[in-house]
Design a protein around this ligand. Sequence first.
Ligand code: SF4
Length: 483
Amino acid sequence: MTKRAFPLPVLHEPHRHDGAVDHAKAAAEFLADEARADWHDGALWWIREKRDRATEALPEWEQLRALASEIKEHTLSRLDEYLEQFEANATRNGITVHWARDADEHNRIVHGILEAADVRRLVKSKSMLTEECGLNPYLEARGVEVVDTDLGERIVQLRGEAPSHIVMPAIHLKKQDVGDTFHEHLGTPAGLADPQALTEAARVHLREKFLAADAALTGVNFAIAETGGFVVCTNEGNADLGTALAPVYVASFGIEKLIPRASDLGVFLRLLTRSATGQPVTVYSSHVHGPRDGQALHVVLVDNGRSVQLGREGFWRSLKCIRCGACMNTCPVYRRSGGHSYDSTVPGPIGSVLTPGLDLARYATLPFASTLCGSCTAVCPVMIDLDAQLYRWRQLVTAAGHAPPGKALVMRATSAVLGRPWLFRAAGAVARAGLRVLPRRLQRAASGAWGVARDLPEPPPQSFRAWYEANRPNEKPKDNSRH
Ligand code: SF4
């Protein structure tokens, strides 16, 4: 009997989409280019190793993780109070605070702000939230030019792609791909693949955009209830340049980004970059407490399903996430399948925990895109029990009838066999005989996708039970058939 350690929560599915995400199919497409898949795997593992070295250099690493987890859980348990405290203090600092229930409302609010200021050109930085809300196409359809200014984000924007990683949006691309993209869109010489020259070309291109922008938009890494200020972490300084030049600054962030006090910041800043890239600290950790002279500063606090996730027993701890990306870098499935295979703004283990809550039918395959090895949980700087939450989603997906029909049938058959010792013994005999006589091709076909890249073992001459009875004649194995 399956024992559930938690009640199944009521699912809120606000965004229905046509066409479910088929992660296994998309992963197979990524894996078809074996050399690229190997390179992708290796590049992410290199970052994972850098992360390990950075964390091992801090004797208090585990204490920091525990403290960060406690601060986040405390904040989430009183999120309403901290949000109101943030709003009051931010307003006092001269910031205009807006609240958005969902992606549509967020986009309407941002467009309203830009329209009122007659903004035609927006530079954007560090915001996966605006990817989640689909802000770029929304604004572009209304005549606003949107330029992503993080180098990786600009590369994927020029290619018309989505970011494939939350920290390294273009990690799926090689420098030759970037050279081709810049040649096509920025007019760099064909075949240019020198990272220094490509970065310089991007710098010149983006500098023009910064100087021409009427407004800047950034995400937020941490918003502080006690001060009404917030912190934006970047390695390129692009967020700072954009917000320093533009007369209108909009900062959009999910409501889970709150922390109570300025003194909590040190804990998170020490964890964030070590976990993300193995650096001791981000190059720029910019603190914003209010608008510059003559600048209008708006903050948009976005829910978009977060308060529902907060109410989901067994899942609310996922909101502790500080978006470091470490769970992606370590995940053997993410590394071998690429971020686009998840077809979700946040891919990898944390994406497979967060996204099914938005649309269970559409994202039903994502909780299965995991080996449940627990590596994600082991590296998470805020101690989110990712593997346990993935397992819970699998239960919900199956209970809601979204498991693929073939898989549901196999699971029912497996349950029937495992629940009846006599049937298990008979099935074992049939399987051993099948492995002996059936050609490999048929064996592979019978074991489905699992068997495509695996050789099945040589069958033993007898079952373990038969071996045990022959070799341990005085020790009768326990018969569970009556239990
Ligand atoms: S779940 Fe943890 S490891 Fe993954 S991105 Fe969030 S904070 Fe980082």
